[in-house]
Design a protein around this ligand. Structure first.
Ligand code: ATP
Ligand code: MG
Length: 769
C-alpha cells in the first residue's frame, strides 16, 4: 500500500483515498488528475473495497484506456483483462454486445465509422430521390449526430420549418436503414445504451449494483447524453447506486463543437450533492516559464471555475517564439530546432509538433520527409482507414453479417466481376420495395443481373462455409484469397504496399486474439450461445448471463465480431498508436492528456489559431484560448511557438497577422528568435535592431535561421514580401512577391478589392504602413 501511495502529494493522497461518495477533482493541466484516477482504482481494489469487476472507468481515447490498464497491472497483482475500462464508445459497444437482444440489435451488429456513415447517408438520399443540394449528406449527418448526442430520436426532435421537418423525416429513414442493415454509428452506440438502461429496469439495477465505483477522466468534455448515461449507471436517486469519481479541468474543455458541455461539472456537483471537491494546484509536468505562459493566457477567460497552477521545477528555458516569412520556412525552422534538440539527446518521440487544423500538416510532413526525419501523424489516415484495408474489412463484415449494405456495396463489384451500376440500381429497388437488405434481395433478381449477383452471394456463402471452424487469423487469410483482393493488387503497378497492408491484417488478427485472450485456435465464428427461452429467468452476475443457475454464458463477442468492432472503434479514435522513434505530429485536439519534453505550437496566426470560424463570438475565442492552454501545457521542458507572414492554405495564399494570444503571454517568459520589426535592407546596408545583435550573439541554430531570413527578405529593394503598403490609387495592400534586384525590382501586390497589381518599385509611389 505504501508503495502505491507514497508518490502522491497531500491533496492527491486525499483524493485517492476519499470515502465511497461521489467526488469531483477539479484541477489544472499536469496536476496529476489521471494519475490520481488510476491510483484510486488500484487503491480501491487493493484495500478490498471493490473487486475489479465492480469498477467502471471512462477514458477519452482507446489509447488512454490501454495505458491505464498497463499501469494497473504494474501496480496490482491482478489480471486486468476484462475490466470495464475504456472510452464511452468502447464500453457501450460492450454493453450492447452483451445485451444485444434487449437492445433489439442483431448479435453481429457492426459499427459504422464516420466515413461509412456518410456513404450510407448519401446512398439513402439517392434512393429516396432527395435533392442533395438542398439536403447535403454532410449537413444531414451533423443533424442526425447532433440530435443523437442530445439523446433525441427523430420523433423527439422539434422541427420549426419545412426544411427541418424534412431533415427529421430523413433522420427517421436513416435509423430504419441502419436497423435493416444491422449497423450502428458512433452516436448510436451511446444512445442505444442509454435507451437500453433507461427502459430495462432489471438490467439497470444489475449494473447499478455491480459498478460500485464509476471513474471518469476528462469529465469537462462529456456531452449531455454521456452524463445522462452515467447517471443511469450510478443510479442517482435510486437505492444502491455507485459513486462517481470525476476528474476534469474546465480550462481544458475543447469539444463544445461536438456537444461537450462543461456545465456538466456544476450539474454533477448539484445533482450528486458533491461534498468532496478537491483542487490540485501543484503541476508536475512543466517548467516555470511554460506554466506562467499557460496561467497568463487562460486568465483572459472570464467564465472559469477558478484555480491556479504552480511548479517546483524552476523557471527553465524561455518559450521560444519565431516569426517565419512563409509556411515553408516555418517548417525548415522546426526541423532545425528539432535536430538540435535531438543532438542534445532528446528522443524523437518526445518532440511533438502541434497544429490547429489538419490541413497545416502537409507542408511540415513534406519538409520532414525531405529531411529524412521519421514522423508519425496522429489522427491521420491510419491502418484501418486505408482503402485496401477497408475492402478487406468489408468482406469480413459480410462473413459476420451479410446484411450490412455498406459492406456489400463496397465490395460487390470490387475486384470487378461485371456487376454494373444498373444491376445495383435494380437490386436497390427490390430491397427498398421489400424492406430488406441488398443481400437478401439478390434472389429476387432475374436475368443477367440475377446471375452475376448470385455469383457474388455464392462467393460469400462459400467463404462462410469454408471458414466455419477456422480461427480468426486463418479466416482472414482465406477471405483475402477468396475475395481475390490479393490477386487484384498483385496486378497493380503500385500494389506492393497494399498487398503488404493486407497481409499485415493476418498479423493484426493474430495479435488481437492473443491480446484479447480468445486463444489462438478459437473458432472465429462463435456459434450463437444457447439463449434463454422467452420467460426463462436470466440472472446477471458480473456482466455474464447465467440462466437458471446453470453455466455462465459469456455473451460477449465472437473473435470475428470483436475484431471488427476493434477496427471501427480504432478508426474513430483521434489517436493512433504512439511510441516509435519518430517525431509526433498532431492537432491540438488530439494532444489532450498527453505530454512531451518539447512541443512546437505552429501557425499561431489570426484566422488560424484562433480559428476564423470561432473568432466571431466571444465564446468561440474563449474555446480557442482553452485549446491554446491545452497546447502550451503539453510541454515539459521546451516550448516553441511560430507564426508566418505568408501561408498557403486550401489553395490560397494568406497573409496573416500574428495571433492575439501572443499579447496575452508574459513578456518575460518569451524569447523572440526573429526580429519583430522585420529586418530590411536599405541601400545594401542591413538595418539591425538592438534585438538582432542579441540574437546573433546567441549563436546556435537561432543564428542560422536568422541569417536565412535576412537573406530571403533582403533583396536590396527596401521592401519585403508580406509588408503592408499604401498606394494613392489602389489603396492598402500587401506585397506578395518581389522580382528583380535593387533598381529594377517589380512587386506583385494584393490590393484586396482593387485586385492584384504588378508595380515597378522605382516608379510606383508606395508608402509603408
Ligand atoms: P492533463 O490535464 O493534461 O490530463 P493530468 O492532470 O491528468 O494532466 P497527469 O498526466 O496525471 O496530469 O500527470 C502529469 C505528470 O505529472 C505525469 O507525468 C505524472 O506522472 C506526473 N505526476 C503527477 N503527480 C505526481 C507526483 N505526486 N509526483 C511526481 N510526479 C507526478
Ligand atoms: Mg489527464
Amino acid at each position: 500500500m505504501q508503495t502505491l501511495l507514497h508518490n502522491l502529494n497531500p491533496e492527491q493522497l486525499a483524493a485517492v483515498t476519499l470515502p465511497s461518495q461521489s467526488a469531483l477533482i477539479l484541477a489544472g493541466a499536469g496536476s496529476g488528475k489521471t494519475r490520481v484516477l488510476t491510483t484510486r482504482i488500484a487503491w480501491l481494489i487493493q484495500t478490498n473495497q471493490v473487486s475489479p469487476a465492480g469498477i467502471m472507468a471512462v477514458t477519452f481515447t482507446n489509447k488512454a484506456a490501454k495505458e491505464m490498464l498497463t499501469r494497473l497491472s504494474a501496480m496490482l497483482p491482478i489480471n486486468t483483462r476484462g475490466m470495464w475500462i475504456g472510452t464511452f464508445h468502447g464500453l457501450c459497444n460492450r454493453l450492447l454486445r452483451t445485451h444485444y437482444r434487449d437492445a433489439a440489435l442483431p448479435q453481429t451488429f457492426q459499427i459504422l465509422d464516420s466515413q461509412d456513415q456518410l456513404s450510407l447517408i448519401k446512398r439513402m438520399l439517392k434512393a429516396h430521390n432527395v435533392d442533395d443540394e438542398k439536403y447535403p449528406a454532410k449537413t444531414l449527418m451533423y443533424f442526425i449526430n447532433n440530435a443523437k448526442d442530445q439523446g433525441l430520436r427523430a420523433s423527439q426532435v422539434e422541427a420549426y420549418d419545412p426544411i427541418e421537418r424534412r431533415m427529421v423525416e430523413l433522420y427517421e429513414l436513416y435509423d430504419q436503414q441502419c436497423q435493416r442493415e444491422g449497423v450502428v454509428d458512433f452516436a448510436e452506440l451511446l444512445l442505444r445504451s442509454y435507451e437500453l438502461l433507461a427502459r430495462n429496469g432489471p438490467l439497470r439495477h444489475h449494473y447499478q449494483m455491480r459498478f460500485r465505483h464509476i471513474l471518469v477522466d476528462e469529465f469537462q468534455d462529456t456531452n449531455d447524453l454521456q452524463y445522462n448515461l452515467l447517471r443511469l449507471l450510478a443510479g442517482q436517486g435510486e437505492t444502491g447506486g455507485g459513486a462517481i469519481f470525476a476528474v476534469g479541468d474546465d480550462d481544458q474543455s475543447i469539444y463544445a463543437f461536438r456537444g461537450a458541455n462543461v456545465g456538466n461539472m456544476s450539474a454533477f456537483e448539484r445533482d450528486y450533492h458533491v461534498k468532496n471537491l478537491i483542487k490540485l494546484e501543484q503541476n508536475y509536468r512543466s517548467h516555470g516559464h511554460i506554466l506562467d505562459s499557460a496561467n497568463y493566457l487562460i486568465a483572459n477567460n472570464t467564465k472559469r471555475l477558478g484555480k491556479n497552477l504552480r511548479t517546483d521545477a524552476g523557471q527553465g528555458e524561455p518559450v521560444r517564439v519565431y516569426e517565419a516569412s512563409s509556411d515553408l520556412e516555418e517548417a525548415q525552422w522546426i526541423i532545425e530546432e528539432a535536430k538540435s534538440l535531438m543532438n542534445e539527446g532528446m528522443p524523437r518521440n518526445e518532440i511533438a509538433i502541434l497544429y490547429r487544423s489538419n490541413a497545416q500538416s502537409r507542408v511540415i510532413e513534406h519538409a520532414l520527409f525531405a529531411a529524412g526525419l521519421p514522423y508519425t501523424v496522429y489522427g491521420g489516415l491510419r491502418y484501418f482507414q486505408r482503402a485496401e484495408v477497408k475492402h478487406a474489412i468489408a468482406y469480413l463484415q459480410l462473413m459476420d453479417n451479410p446484411h450490412n449494405d455498406s459492406a456489400f456495396l463496397r465490395v460487390v463489384n470490387f475486384p470487378t466481376r461485371g456487376i454494373g451500376a444498373r444491376s445495383i440500381e435494380q437490386l436497390q429497388m427490390a430491397a427498398d420495395s421489400y424492406g430488406i437488405s441488398l443481400y437478401a434481395a439478390v434472389p429476387y433478381m432475374s436475368g443477367k443481373a440475377g446471375t452475376v449477383l448470385g455469383g457474388f452471394v455464392k462467393l460469400i456463402e462459400g467463404a462462410r462455409f469454408e471458414t466455419q471452424q477456422l480461427p480468426l487469423p486463418e479466416l482472414v487469410r482465406v477471405v483475402l484469397e477468396r475475395s481475390t483482393l490479393l490477386t487484384h493488387y498483385g496486378n497493380e503497378k503500385e500494389g506492393a504496399d497494399r498487398i503488404e497492408n493486407l497481409e499485415q491484417m493476418v498479423n493484426a488478427a493474430t495479435q488481437f486474439v492473443q491480446e484479447e485472450g480468445f486463444g489462438i485456435g478459437a473458432p472465429a465464428h462463435l456459434g450463437p450461445p444457447s439463449q434463454a427461452q422467452a420467460g426463462e429467468a436470466v440472472v446477471y452476475q458480473d456482466g455474464i448471463e447465467i440462466i437458471d443457475g446453470g453455466a455462465p454464458l459469456p455473451t460477449v463477442m465472437s473473435p470475428l465480431s470483436a475484431f471488427l468492432s476493434h477496427a471501427s472503434l480504432e478508426a474513430g479514435d483521434a489517436q493512433a498508436q504512439a511510441g516509435q522513434e519518430a517525431l509526433q505530429l498532431m492537432t491540438v485536439h488530439s494532444a489532450k492528456g498527453l505530454e512531451f519534453d518539447a512541443v512546437f505550437i505552429t501557425g499561431l496566426e489570426e484566422g488560424l489559431f484562433p480559428h476564423e470560424s470561432s473568432a466571431r463570438e466571444a465564446e468561440g475565442v474563449d474555446e480557442e484560448r482553452r485549446l491554446m492552454y491545452v497546447a502550451i501545457t503539453r510541454a515539459r521542458r521546451r516550448l516553441y511557438m511560430s507564426f508566418t507572414q505568408q501561408r498557403m492554405l486550401h489553395g490560397q495564399t494568406r497573409f496573416n497577422m500574428k495571433s492575439r494570444f501572443f499579447d496575452e503571454l508574459p513578456e518575460e517568459a518569451l524569447k523572440w528568435l526573429s526580429p519583430r520589426v522585420q529586418t530590411a535592407w536599405f541601400g545594401g546596408r542591413k538595418q539591425t535592431t538592438a534585438w538582432d545583435d542579441a540574437k546573433f550573439r546567441d549563436g546556435g541554430s537561432d543564428n542560422k535561421i536568422a541569417q536565412q531570413i535576412t537573406q530571403k527578405s533582403g533583396n536590396g529593394t527596401g521592401w519585403r514580401v508580406g509588408e503592408s503598403v499604401s498606394h494613392a490609387k489602389f489603396g492598402e495592400g500587401v506585397i506578395v512577391n518581389i522580382e528583380g534586384g535593387a533598381g529594377a525590382a517589380r512587386a506583385q501586390i494584393n490590393f484586396g478589392s482593387a485586385g492584384m497589381k504588378v508595380l515597378d518599385l522605382s516608379i510606383a509611389k508606395l508608402e509603408k504602413l
